[in-house]
Write a protein that binds this ligand. Structure first.
Ligand SMILES: C[S@@+](CC[C@H](N)C(=O)[O-])C[C@H]1O[C@@H](n2cnc3c(N)ncnc32)[C@H](O)[C@@H]1O
Length: 511
């Protein structure tokens, strides 16, 4: 019998993550910020969609036609259920990358995305994916790819070697995978407790082990326990893509576009002295000890004309997606914690606190502050996007078209979240993407959609739903035991929801 898993962990389901970097609108902002044109994304493809949260949220919340594959059948099945529930134009396959690449029923794509795939597959699969991109990405099309990066993982390469050896040499085939993983973590803890010279010279290893302790075991299984695991330098990634006609444009992390948060002037000057852009970017990763890259590449980069840029600035709208109380005017980059100027940011945030979409020019007009220039305002918007305090908004016509689909998908997700741990995002017809919303808030949204208007009623509804599936509220890391305790906590959260979250979710077209 052939091994279809190719050494990938397929007996433990993956987490239900949503990644906004896979949204074509997110890509458009990043590219335009670098003065690079972005195609109108009509067809898009996600390779290795995991549980399928991102592909389904993007398919339901935008007009883009999405295609994607993941070879774990349970995951593809869940992704198909989501697509069926939303009724969106999503084509979900359960093929290996190899089989998917051979399909004759796929269109060419304006956007291809793969998140958390590249480092965890074999060279053969990397070759298959590169050939697929070469063949199926349209000229002008965008590639989004994220991967574990060197030098950030250099110290842990040897720890991961020990993990692989432990699994091969020290586990019993009778144990299930999660037991083997927890045995491996205990073993490495005991090893570090002996204070090996390796850990003294590489102190970050202990910090990473602490993070492993706090992590979800399903995530751990997929991060560390596949046969293949290969962090890569940027220059090597560029070599992999060299025959695809793709050029690197920028990071999908907006904050990375602003040097001041990550490198100092001396480092910036040093980097500017390097002519070769690939080598420069590789050196930048050493400046910031980069561990994970999330990048946009374009097939045939075209500079945005002045007219296109102006039109974009005139029309692109943004919406605030967090309450004021969640906002801190700081950016924590590799240059330490940098304060943001309250004179610049507070007027913008106060204006946007009515949770209505606005263009940059509207914001400029409405705050009416002579002391704030348009370029300061523009930079502030990029920073607020980077901190995920605001999101871009799509055109009215798209919003109207996707409203029903997002409502259908959200209703399905709220139902599933009761029994699937970790479904923490819903789709917004305004942003064309997902918004982080925890289970309790999802239940409050459902209650308010059913016509219940008082926080007391939302709390009762949430407790009814939770207790029916044997779940309890977690407060300060502890499960609340009695009905009274659960209800009391839910009432507090329902009041907070009424004041802080409901207006936002209404603005986002979710509640
Ligand atoms: C680390 S997970 C990332 C999932 C998803 N992109 C996310 O970030 O939530 C990698 C995914 O790739 C899928 N995968 C790995 N090798 C594959 C292959 N050869 N063909 C198709 N899917 C594959 C796995 O089933 C898994 O769901």
């Amino acid at each position: 019998m052939s091994d279809w898993t190719e050494g990938y962990v397929t007996d433990v389901g993956y987490i239900f993550g949503y990644y906004r970097e896979l949204s074509p609108l997110h890509a458009k902002i990043a590219l335009h910020d670098c003065n690079v044109a972005c195609p109108e994304v009509q067809t898009a493809c996600e390779l290795g969609f995991g549980q399928g949260m991102s592909i389904n949220i993007h398919a339901a919340a935008s007009k883009t036609q999405w295609y994607g594959t993941d070879f774990i059948p349970q995951q593809a099945d869940f992704a198909r259920q989501m697509a069926k529930a939303s009724g969106a134009d999503a084509h979900i396959f359960n093929d290996s990358f190899e089989a998917f690449a051979q399909r004759k029923d796929l269109p060419d794509f304006d956007f291809i995305g793969l998140h958390g795939i590249w480092s965890w597959i074999s060279n053969n699969n990397r070759r298959i994916i590169v050939d697929f991109i070469k063949k199926k990405l349209k000229p002008g099309g965008v590639l989004y790819v994220s991967y574990n990066t060197l030098p950030g993982w250099a110290d842990f390469v040897s720890m991961r070697h020990l993990m692989t050896r432990y699994m091969a040499d020290m586990t019993s085939p009778r144990q299930n995978r999660l037991e083997q993983i927890s045995g491996c973590v205990d073993f490495l803890d005991n090893f570090l407790a002996t204070n090996p010279l390796f850990a003294q010279i590489n102190p970050f290893v202990r910090i990473r082990m602490q993070r492993i302790h706090g992590g979800d075991t399903h995530y751990l299984a997929h991060e560390y326990f596949n046969r293949d695991w290969l962090p890569m330098h940027f220059a090597d990634m560029a070599r992999w893509l060299q025959d695809t006609k793709l050029d690197y444009v920028c990071s999908a992390r907006y904050l990375s576009h602003i040097n001041q948060f990550y490198i100092n002037i001396e480092q910036e000057n040093f980097l500017n002295s390097i002519q070769n852009p690939v080598f420069r970017e590789t050196m930048r990763d050493f400046m910031v000890n980069c561990q994970f890259r999330l990048d946009y590449w374009v097939k045939g980069v075209r500079e945005l004309s002045k007219r296109e840029k102006e039109e974009w600035l005139q029309t692109q709208r943004y919406i605030l997606i967090v309450p004021q109380s969640d906002i801190t005017l700081k950016v924590d980059g590799t240059q330490g914690s940098i304060d943001l100027d309250p004179e610049l940011y507070n007027p913008i945030l106060e204006l946007m606190a009515d949770y209505r979409p606005r263009t940059l020019h509207q914001i400029e007009e409405e705050i009416q502050k002579d002391s704030i220039t348009f370029s300061q305002l523009y930079q502030a918007i990029i920073v607020l996007l980077g901190k995920a305090y605001i999101e871009p908004v799509q055109e009215e016509e798209s919003i109207a078209q996707v409203k029903f689909q997002t409502m259908q998908l959200n209703s399905f997700l709220c139902q599933q979240a009761l029994t699937h741990n970790g479904i923490g995002s819903l789709a917004s017809p305004l942003t064309g993407g997902g918004i982080y919303i925890d289970l309790i808030v999802q239940l409050f949204v459902k209650a308010s959609q059913q016509g219940k208007s008082e926080p007391q009623q939302w709390a009762e509804y949430a407790w009814q739903q939770l207790s029916a599936v044997g779940r309890q509220v977690i407060k300060d890391g502890k499960l609340l035991e009695s009905s009274e305790e659960n209800l009391a906590e839910l009432r507090v959260r329902a009041e907070e929801f009424a004041q802080k979250r409901l207006p936002i979710l209404k603005g986002l077209g979710i509640a």
